[in-house]
Design a protein around this ligand. Structure first.
Ligand code: B16
Ligand code: MG
Length: 217
């Protein structure tokens, strides 16, 4: 059978959260806002604009739209500087094994990410060619937990939502998959991602038997 396998990017395929953190922290510092690793957790899966609003909220900083645009541009330039240093060693454990297995079984592989930098990141880590379609922050207007990004992904794979399987590391992303009527697979901690249909610590915990069952269900 054919299903649609939809992958989030940040936190699922690569750990770009650490680069988002460094770039946001630099901006926060220049604005006199204290921004910690814990604060960064709130930004996972959240859009770029919303992330800035959260950070400004931490410091009770108000700004004009023009000023915010400038900060967003600055942050993204710094972030892209880090992305530029990436290579395939940054692909998270077990990801290649799962992608290659799905490819070998002719299953559609779709990216469903909030990031506007998804394509350059996949290029840097040399796996852009494995994806049948990319749906990212440039294609959708509603941020997770809105299901839009995954609904568009399933449509691109020509699969009904109930035949679609989403891999996500963020709470908002799991909610988005659930809202789309898709199977949600959490990658991370079960206590955090308890709304997911099933949770694995990482892709090494996902067996070929499990994937075969999903394909044939
Ligand atoms: P960008 P995902 C999300 O990617 C990140 O988790 C989130 O932290 C980030 O703010 C968002 O992308 C936008 O990223 O600034 O590159 O457009 O987890 O949905 O793949
Ligand atoms: Mg993510």
């Amino acid at each position: 059978k054919t299903k649609a396998f939809i992958f989030d990017l940040d936190g699922v395929i690569v750990d770009t959260a650490k680069y988002h953190f460094l770039a946001w922290q630099k901006l926060a510092n220049t604005l006199g806002i204290n921004f910690t690793h814990d604060d960064n957790e709130q930004l996972k899966g959240v859009s770029r604009v919303r992330s800035l609003e959260i950070i400004l909220g931490l410091g009770n900083v108000e700004a004009t739209e023009e000023q915010k645009e400038e900060w967003l541009t600055q942050k993204n330039e710094d972030y892209l500087g880090y992305i530029n240093t990436m290579d395939d060693s940054e692909i998270l454990p077990g990801v290649m094994k799962v992608l290659n297995f799905l490819k070998a079984n002719n299953q559609p592989i779709i990216l469903g990410s909030a990031s506007k930098n998804a394509r350059p990141i996949l290029e840097k880590v040399n796996i852009l060619h494995l994806f049948d379609d990319i749906v990212d922050g440039n294609d959708v207007s509603n941020a997770k937990p809105d299901p839009e990004v995954f609904l568009v992904g399933a449509k691109k794979a020509n699969q009904p939502n109930e035949n679609s399987i989403v891999f996500e590391d963020s709470v908002a992303g799991i909610q988005a998959a659930n809202n789309a009527g898709m199977m949600s697979i959490g990658i991370g901690e079960a206590s955090v991602l308890h709304e997911a249909d099933i949770v694995f610590n990482d892709f090494n915990q996902i067996s070929e038997e499990f994937l075969t069952e999903l394909i044939n269900k």
